[in-house]
Ligand binder design. Structure first.
Ligand code: SF4
Length: 364
């Protein structure tokens, strides 16, 4: 019988599975601190536990994290990982160094069900939700490989999948990442969740004990245009989405960014600029403009650089904080929306992984 994988279990869940071992009441908390706070992957090294407990743990349980199946390094320092998950399937994660800052872009689902027309992951459909251990394990792996200390990097859930479509696992992973000492001890302000706009879940996230930063992929300023790009808009149109964003922002200390991928002739007209500024000011939110990375499989073209620049200037003139995202990892197809393992015959180990949308990405 396969051993139960303890990686990703909360203190309460660990207490439950440890019950037959007759362990002391604080043993679960000690194990969580070792697994998440100190990165220990071997029961024998949990030296604050009695030897008999360590032996029983090793006999009954395992500690399994995502493992690299393929690694690609960009000339700009970006490293793209295709990861095999302990329970099967693959996802991608990206380490992005940028001007002394490091961002880890993680996945929340294998594939995605939301069907945004500008996104490569959408073409794969949803394979499955990731567990809390799959999500937190991506962070642990990248921290280990790149020798990153806690709170020296940011995490963005902008890889494969819609994080709020896997709400319970994402919130559980958020707790693992931010708890201390029974978690990684990351500041919640260093974690950003990106969503295509699941309004009820945005509101629920604002009521959680731990609230991360939120990025909302807006990408259009009218319902007609947004519904064409993002089918989720038919269910939660822009007005409903803005209502949810306002509810999220009513939580003290919360921060929200509107992500806007710039598609030539689709959403880059002067009237879009005016509407985008109005929407951003009404929250308020800052805006991150994302130059589209062309992929042969998708018909969209990027807005010309002057238009992207003029959009930013126009937003700033209207009193909106706005930035343009720098593209990273293009040479390894790790830039926003460029990855397409499994679609371009890049190898069996990676056949089912999809696109990753690195930091500041429009994709959720
Ligand atoms: S943009 Fe995000 S929500 Fe939309 S299909 Fe891609 S991964 Fe899913």
């Amino acid at each position: 019988m396969p051993q139960l994988n303890l990686y990703g279990l909360s203190v309460e869940e660990l207490s439950e599975v440890l019950r037959p071992l007759d362990a002391r009441s604080f043993t679960a908390r000690q194990i969580a601190a070792q697994l998440y706070g100190r990165g220990v992957r071997d029961f024998a090294r949990m030296t604050d536990l009695p030897v008999s407990i360590r032996q029983s743990l090793a006999e009954r349980f395992s500690i399994l994290l995502p493992e690299p199946a393929r690694i690609l390094e960009s000339g700009d320092g970006t490293v793209r990982y295709v990861l095999s998950l302990p329970a099967g399937g693959s996802v991608e994660a990206v380490m992005i160094p940028d001007r002394g800052r490091v961002t880890l872009c993680l996945s929340s689902q294998a594939g995605c069900a939301l069907g945004c027309t500008f996104c490569m992951t959408a073409t794969l459909g949803l394979e499955r939700n990731l567990s809390p251990g799959d999500i937190a394990g991506q962070a642990a792996l990248l921290m280990e490989r790149h020798h990153l200390e806690v709170n020296t990097f940011n995490i963005v859930l902008m890889g494969m999948g819609e994080p709020l479509h896997n709400y319970d696992s994402v919130v559980a992973a958020l707790r693992l990442l931010t708890d201390t000492p029974a978690g990684f001890g990351l500041s919640p302000r260093r974690v950003t969740i990106s969503t295509a706009g699941l309004a009820p879940q945005i509101e629920a996230l604002g009521r959680e004990p731990v609230v991360p930063r939120l990025a909302v992929s807006l990408n259009a300023t009218t319902d007609e245009s947004r519904s064409r790009l993002m089918p989720i808009n038919r269910r939660y149109p822009i007005a409903r989405l803005m209502e949810a964003c306002r509810a999220f922002l009513s939580r003290r200390g919360s921060r929200l960014t509107l992500e806007y991928v710039m598609l030539s002739g689709v959403n880059d007209a002067p009237s879009d600029l005016q509407r985008l500024a109005r929407l951003a000011l009404s929250l308020p939110a800052r805006v991150n403009l994302i130059p589209f990375n062309t992929t042969p499989e998708l018909a969209f073209q990027p807005s010309p650089a002057e238009i992207v620049h003029d959009f930013r200037e126009g937003l700033v003139e209207r009193g909106v904080m706005a930035s343009i995202r720098r593209s990273r990892g293009r040479d390894i197809r790790a830039a926003c929306g460029q990855l397409a393992f499994g679609m371009s015959g890049e190898g069996d180990a990676t056949r089912r992984a999809g696109s990753v949308h690195p930091e500041g990405g429009v994709f959720s």
